[in-house]
Design a binder for this molecule. Structure first.
Ligand code: ARG
Length: 461
């Protein structure tokens, strides 16, 4: 049986070429259960408006339930001739309860408001799944931070040694970025939870249907204020794609560091065998493919976002068929994150950190020079001069091939009157870390507090 939703005014059917171009069941079928939930809600408002008898409502709901079971079991699937998910399911309903009752469901709704509502419903569910998986990555980072609470590492700017920091501080920094992505999803959901059902094709319905009650039926607190906006807007999809891309970019920055840290030159981490791959030719290789794929997939998610924005940019209101192109990029972003995130959390959870290596590099590259300058400031020296004096220490040490901690009393005096042997109190990594003890700093006590805040946010989200 072929069901077309729009054949009446046409003398003939669509060309094969148009049908092939137009078809979307190969990607929108994943919305089937949302379409069915929308249909159940729509049947109820038709009944409430007096457009469906008690018996018809019962028949309709029974048919929709049977159809839902068949969709779940795979007994019902889109046929070659079905244009989209909505067409296929209308065919399925009519097959089950006949055209007399089945044909009543379409009153007062359009695929334009259906698709806009179902896309929101689907993304709201995916946002919860993705949020939970992002939190798993944060949890893995926090666990590693707790296990290495006191380990120092070289903090970098411009990828050059800058100042020593705690590894935990660094890992938790990635955690905060990811927690903000989860917050974005939560915040996004508030705007997405507005139902376009009842907007019809664009102008609303004349049949006395109640869009608010459909919204509530579908777990949304309200329906759209404007039926044109309801059917034409896709900023909910673009915003979701942005949050997905931002998440992927944040993961990618973590991944890039893991790739660097796993090199022989850094040797900060060893990847677990379960999260690394070998080479088909070089027997010794152990490659960080999870991290590399994470970095690569970020490019893909950026493409999903920009592709969608490009689709939207020139569209006049209200619905245009271009909007059928809104789904695949966002579905791709969802699918990509859902396979990527568990691999990343597993990789992070199973990393082995090489404490001694990180600790031994922490003071290198004159990373304590700022501590000298700040010690001088506490001694009353203007920072401008203190910076010069600490810089002179570095120059001297570089010439002599020694470290700042090796400066003899005489050297110190020769460089500046302000430098006394007391400066050595800050010339240790531990001293430097402990001294950065204001809120947000890398002092071990602060980083410990920060970790409890982070964990509290993970639990709350
Ligand atoms: N499949 C379409 C979409 O994804 C919905 C159908 C609207 N089609 C139409 N001719 N008005 O946007």
């Amino acid at each position: 049986m072929t069901v077309s939703l729009w054949g009446g005014r046409f003398a003939g059917g669509p060309s094969d070429a148009l049908a092939a171009l137009s078809k979307s069941t190969h990607f929108d079928w994943r919305l089937a259960h949302y379409d069915l939930a929308g249909s159940r809600a729509h049947a109820r408002v038709l009944h409430k408006a007096g457009l469906l008898s008690d018996d018809d409502l019962e028949t309709m709901l029974r048919g929709l339930r049977a159809l839902a079971e068949d969709v779940t079991s795979g007994a019902f699937a889109p046929a070659e001739d079905d244009e989209d998910v909505h067409t296929a399911l209308e065919r399925g309903l009519i097959q089950r309860i006949g055209p007399e009752v089945g044909g009543r469901l379409r009153a007062g709704r359009s695929r334009n408001d259906q698709i806009a509502a179902q896309f929101r419903m689907y993304l709201r569910d995916q946002a919860r799944l993705i949020g939970a998986k992002v939190l798993d990555v944060v949890q893995a980072l926090v666990d590693q931070a707790a296990e290495h609470a006191e380990v120092a590492m070289p903090g970098r700017t411009h990828l050059q040694h800058a100042q020593p920091v705690l590894l935990a501080h660094h890992l938790q920094a990635h955690g905060w970025a990811l927690l903000r992505d989860v917050e974005r999803l939560i915040d996004w959901d508030r705007r997405a939870a507005v139902s376009p059902y009842g907007s019809g094709a664009l102008a609303g319905s004349s049949l006395g249907l109640d869009p608010e009650s459909v919204a509530h039926d579908l777990g949304m607190p309200c329906s759209v204020e404007n039926s044109i906006d309801g059917t034409a807007s896709r900023d909910f999809a673009a915003e979701f794609a942005f949050v997905a891309a931002m998440t992927a970019v944040d993961i990618s920055r973590l991944a890039e560091e893991i790739i660097l840290w796993a090199t022989a030159e850094f040797a900060f981490v060893t990847l677990d065998d379960a999260y690394s791959t070998g080479s088909s030719i070089m027997p010794q290789k152990k490659n960080p493919d999870v991290a590399e794929l994470a970095r690569g997939k970020a490019g893909r998610l950026i493409g999903d976002l920009t592709g969608l924005l490009a689709t939207l940019k020139g569209l006049p209101l209200a619905y245009n068929r271009d909007l059928q192109e809104d789904k695949e990029p966002v579905f791709d972003a969802v699918d990509t994150l859902e396979v990527l995130l568990p691999a990343v959390s597993g990789m992070v959870a199973t990393l082995t950190f090489h404490r001694e290596r990180m600790e031994s590099l922490a003071p290198q590259g004159f990373s304590l020079a700022t501590d000298v300058a700040e010690w001088l400031v506490r001694e009353g020296v203007a920072f401008r001069d203190a910076h010069d004096i600490a810089g002179a220490c570095v120059r001297h040490c570089e010439e002599q091939g020694i470290g700042l901690e090796d400066l003899a009393d005489d050297d110190l005096r020769r460089i500046s009157d302000h430098l006394t042997p007391d400066v050595r109190s800050v010339l240790t990594v531990r001293g430097s870390l402990v001294s950065r003890n204001a809120h947000g700093g890398t002092a071990p006590a602060r980083v410990g507090e920060q970790r409890s805040h982070q964990l509290r946010q993970v639990d709350r989200a």
